[in-house]
Design a protein around this ligand. Structure first.
Ligand code: PBG
Length: 332
């Protein structure tokens, strides 16, 4: 029976009642902290922690500084780290991506040694390692060659697993990469290492600050030849289902904020654990508005993260992870 018998406001009248009927929870253990690790030597006031202008509070870290971050992440109860390498040297093929002594490989080993209980995920892609900034190797016509790239991605994933990564996350959007990586991991004895596929990764303006951070802005063209068209939802579900068929253990939607419909649809369609990547531009927007005094950072961030959980994300990758964990601890 509708109003006046039914009054929706009854259950909103106190913090206790609101808590009783809250549908969605958010906790530190659902958050993953991305880190940029570099082997470029930095000196001066920012040695070991080089600020990224478009991402206030986020830095490019030396391996030592990354280990410090890992300790804090573990203390705060975060779910995991997601590591990105920013190598001093790049080449056409992106060979730094699979080097045994590459920056991510060394960082994983150092972190797992210092903080073994913390889960370490690695981003598997070539764009941070190639001189041209594209996510794979280029063919004669200057476009990214899908099949030639698969082998390099698989080699990269295995090198991460060998260094001690707990989980690998391919973000390149080549067709068939999940299967290629699964096969190579299994062949090398890493059957137990899960794959988190960046299944629905869109060609998004929201990656702008990340590209400054990783020095991975494409030297020419853009990524629309491999990343998805933001207009397409059914295609995103199809991408995720294909990744499941190829052996993905978890799937991701990226960016997060403007893609809640797809977090929900992909969760339903796959039944797999779903990760949402609250990307660099989403972080930068909140930071800019908060520093201008236009938004309250704490409540805005917690609202965003809660909304991603409500959409169906089991886990959220966010540059706000450490702050959010501290704010959540204060709330209870
Ligand atoms: C690498 C990669 C990117 C991001 C994650 N992995 C950049 C891109 O595709 O250009 C973006 C993350 C962010 O914006 O926070 N392929």
């Amino acid at each position: 029976m509708a109003f006046p018998r039914t009054r929706m406001r009854r259950l909103r009248a106190s913090a206790g009642l609101r808590g009783l009927v809250r549908e969605t929870d958010l906790s530190a253990g659902q958050l993953v902290l991305p880190l940029f690790v570099t082997d470029a030597q930095t000196s001066g006031p920012h040695a070991g922690r080089e600020p990224i202008e478009a991402m206030p509070g986020v830095q490019r870290l030396s391996i030592g500084a990354a280990v410090e971050e890992a300790r804090q992440a573990a203390e705060l109860g975060l779910a995991a780290l997601m590591l990105f390498g920013v190598p001093a040297e790049k080449d056409e093929q992106g060979s730094g991506a699979w080097e045994e002594e590459g920056v991510v490989q060394l960082a994983v080993a150092a972190i797992k040694q210092a903080v073994p209980e913390l889960l370490v995920m690695t981003d598997v892609c070539l764009c941070e390692y190639t001189t041209h900034g594209h996510c794979g190797v280029l063919g004669e016509d200057g476009t990214v060659e899908n099949d030639a790239t698969l082998e390099l991605l698989a080699r990269t994933a295995v090198s991460h697993a060998r260094a001690g990564a707990d989980l690998v996350a391919p973000s390149d959007m080549m067709d068939g990469r999940v299967g290629a990586i699964r096969e190579e991991l299994d062949g090398e004895g890493f059957q137990e290492i899960p794959i988190l596929a960046y299944s629905a990764k869109f060609a998004s303006a929201f990656y702008g600050p990340f590209r400054e951070a990783a020095g991975s802005t494409p030297a020419f063209g853009d990524r629309r030849g491999y990343q998805m068209d933001p207009a397409n939802g059914r295609e995103a579900v199809r991408e995720a289902l294909l990744d499941v068929e190829e052996g993905a253990d978890m799937v991701m939607v990226k960016p997060a904020l403007a893609y809640g419909d797809l977090i929900s649809a992909i969760k339903q369609a796959t039944g797999l654990p779903v990760a949402a990547y609250n990307v660099s531009g989403e972080y930068a927007m909140v930071k800019a508005a908060a520093s201008a005094g236009y938004l309250d950072e704490v409540s805005t961030v917690l609202e965003i993260l809660t909304s991603l959980r409500r959409a169906g994300a089991d886990t959220i990758i966010t540059y706000h992870a450490k702050d959010a964990a501290r704010w959540l601890a204060k709330q209870t």
